[in-house]
Design a protein around this ligand. Structure first.
Ligand code: SAM
Length: 275
């Protein structure tokens, strides 16, 4: 898979993408990352990439010409082909106004041959880039960054770890928070240790078994696989109910899970009534 990043700060990416799984994926030839300096696609002496907004107002706006010319030089498929998904590539504009980047979107992008990430700056990017060049706008969260570079690095890291072979133990990515694994669901989640199935991950512990008076839950020390599976599943449900109850709507719940959720909600309600 090839990722092309278009930015006015190419040096920004010298550090973040050179570690861990992202580095390994590149070394193993699973992924290629190319960073393109937008200023190289300008034609004036000052390599101008921005200009004042029509209609007045604050700040500067990234001009359309360098972005269109950069993409032309990369031989990216026409927008209609990308839209209809006949071309296995996507051109993404990073934007606070974009659709939310999620694990599901990361999995979609990991199945493509090429992803182009356009990093905005200043007040943003000329809207013709959104309307006629990019096929989608993505946001990494409801806050405003100064540029798209950090957002691009976040997307690259989330996508790379989903490339087959990038993570040593692939089962671990199938069971992570937010992940819905249809194979796992079909194979009966009861066989897995937990299988996130759209929930948050269960808690993890390692040695020492006792640290400063803080122990490890007994179920995990029991050696009983069924007991461990049940404990992990319940903890994943508990964490999701506490931190991200919105995720439960899309999660695959067994009868046993539903019973646990009902019991948890009742206990919370009783505690509220008592308080
Ligand atoms: N005026 C814009 C607004 O209010 O939505 C904010 C522009 S921001 C200062 C500059 C650039 O940072 C954007 O063009 C975008 O590329 C990037 N950016 C900012 N927040 C982002 C987010 N949450 N996700 C992705 N990119 C973001």
């Amino acid at each position: 898979m090839k990722t092309e990043i278009v930015t006015i700060f190419p040096d920004f990416f010298k550090g973040p993408l050179d570690y861990g799984i992202t580095r390994r994926a590149q070394e193993m030839g699973l992924a290629q990352i190319a960073v393109h300096d937008l200023r190289e696609f300008t034609h004036d002496r000052h390599h101008t990439v921005d200009d004042r907004p029509f209609g007045g107002g604050e700040g500067m706006v990234l001009k359309p010409e360098p972005l269109f010319e950069c993409l032309e030089s990369l031989g990216v498929a026409p927008r209609e082909e990308r839209f209809s998904r006949t071309a296995p590539e996507s051109v993404i504009l990073l934007s606070a106004q974009g659709q939310r980047f999620t694990q599901k979107v990361a999995a979609e992008l990991a199945s493509l041959d090429r992803v182009v990430l356009l990093c905005g700056r200043y007040e943003g990017v000329d809207e013709r880039v959104t309307d006629f060049l990019a096929d989608r706008e993505l946001s990494i969260g409801d806050y405003v960054l100064s540029g798209g570079e950090l957002a691009a690095a976040v997307i690259v890291e989330a996508v790379m770890r989903l490339l087959p072979g990038a993570v040593g133990n692939e089962a671990s990515t199938r069971q992570e928070s937010f992940t819905v694994d249809t194979n796992l669901r079909a194979a009966n989640a009861a066989d897995s240790t937990c299988g996130s199935e759209g929930l948050l991950d269960y808690p993890h512990y390692t040695r020492p078994a006792e640290y400063r008076g803080m122990g490890v839950p007994e179920a995990l020390m029991s050696g009983n696989h069924e007991e461990i599976r049940k404990w992990r599943r319940q903890q994943a449900l508990r964490k999701t109910l506490r931190n991200r109850p919105d995720l439960l709507q899309g999660a695959a719940l067994s009868k046993e899970d539903e019973k646990f959720v009902a019991g948890f909600k009742l206990a919370e309600q009783n505690a509220r009534n008592r308080g």
